[in-house]
Design a protein around this ligand. Structure first.
Ligand SMILES: *[C@@H]1O[C@H](CO)[C@@H](O)[C@H](O)[C@H]1NC(C)=O
Ligand SMILES: *[C@@H]1O[C@H](CO)[C@@H](O)[C@H](O)[C@H]1NC(C)=O
Length: 342
């Protein structure tokens, strides 16, 4: 048991070290790959010089109380305190951000990670870069659209889709340094961009489509008590809930199936996990909600109510470079040889 934990730490550290070069845009930030076994006692004297406010303490408790064991050993208190500080700052910036219910904020704005991507401080730079882009927006959905329009080519970036990059390119700095990622890296990037400015967002996905195989991950954004979904990049002006996989192939997802169901990532434990398509048997320790029913119901309702809208959205998709680049395995995330066969 102990050996396994140590091995996990060693793996995490090696991942962090190997991504150090990619983390150059963070170079003025503190290192977070500190693997001395520091525990996150919430105490004013180990913070960033200031006593955490009551709200900050609640946020720290949430992160520390729900973080995976590997993070517990690898991340520093000062890193967490900075995440908390900036997340609360973003929450205060816009009225739609302040109105997000506290529990939704804790689980979908505050967290510094989505899946098993390398941990890093994307929030500092993302807040600086992206906060001005949403200053005139009127809702979380409106703000997310504004981000999706602008972030991929911001300041000379040219971030594009390229299949088969997971798990090598997953964290924001890895995406920036390569200039591309497959669906998971782009989804994480977009969720983090949303979170940096106070928009509740999470990664959703399926480990294996029924029939064609292949996995896909995308993004859900919270608004007014419900989640809406989109694919990052490609068609920033597409309507919410209209993507290349909707209503098909997601209408073929299987309820309560780990392999063929749809899951949305959570930071706090839920009793279920998010299937990670790049691991043997889709092994995972990432908490998740099963959202298959949401997609099945939405697909059925959309097809019944207004088939032409869905068909038009699908036609729009086929014009795009993203869908074309994805080819047969639309959303293909993991190299063929890395996939588990049934
Ligand atoms: C962005 O990168 C893509 C893919 O490499 C390339 O086709 C495109 O021309 C680039 N666009 C710009 C503006 O550099
Ligand atoms: C997206 O679909 C969900 C579930 O059907 C719905 O509650 C939500 O309002 C939709 N979002 C938008 C922006 O229409």
């Amino acid at each position: 048991m102990r050996a396994k934990v140590l091995l996990q730490v060693a793996c995490l550290v090696s991942v962090l070290v190997s991504s150090l070069a990619a983390r150059r845009f963070l170079e003025d930030k503190e290192p977070i790959n500190n693997h001395d076994r520091e525990h996150f006692v919430i105490s004013p004297d180990v913070g960033v010089g200031e006593e955490p406010s009551h709200a900050e303490q609640e946020c720290l408790r949430f992160l520390i109380g729900n973080m995976p064991a590997t993070d517990h050993m690898a991340l520093r208190y000062t890193f967490l305190h900075k995440q908390v500080h900036l997340a609360l700052k973003a929450r205060a910036d816009n009225s739609w951000a302040s109105a997000v219910p506290w529990d939704i904020f804790l689980n979908n704005v505050l967290p510094y990670a989505n899946l098993d991507e390398p941990r890093e401080d994307w929030r500092t730079s993302f807040y600086e870069k992206f906060a001005p882009l949403v200053s005139g927006t009127i809702s979380t959905l409106d703000a997310a659209v504004a981000l999706n329009y602008q972030i991929w080519s911001l300041g000379g970036w040219n971030i594009t889709f390229k299949a088969g990059q997971t798990p090598d390119i997953m964290s924001p700095s890895q995406v920036i340094s390569h200039g591309y990622a497959s669906c998971t890296g782009l989804a994480i990037f977009f969720v983090d961009a949303c979170r940096a400015v106070g928009i509740p967002a999470r990664v959703a996905g399926i480990a294996e489509w029924v029939g064609t195989g292949g996995n896909h991950n995308w993004v859900e954004v919270w608004h007014d008590g419900v989640w809406s979904f989109t694919d990052p990049i490609g068609f920033p002006n597409r309507p919410w809930n209209r993507t290349w996989f909707f209503p098909d192939p997601v209408s073929g997802a299987k309820l309560h199936s780990y392999r063929h169901g749809v899951y949305a990532a959570s930071f706090k434990p839920t009793g279920r996990v998010f299937p990670l398509a790049w691991h043997d048997e889709y092994e995972s320790a990432v908490p998740a909600y099963e959202v298959t029913k949401y997609y099945l119901d939405a697909a059925a309702a959309a097809a019944a109510a207004d088939p032409t809208t869905v068909a038009a959205a699908a036609a729009m998709e086929t014009l795009g470079a993203v869908a074309a680049a994805m080819g047969r395995g639309e959303g293909w995330d993991v190299a063929e040889h890395g996939r588990v066969q049934e």
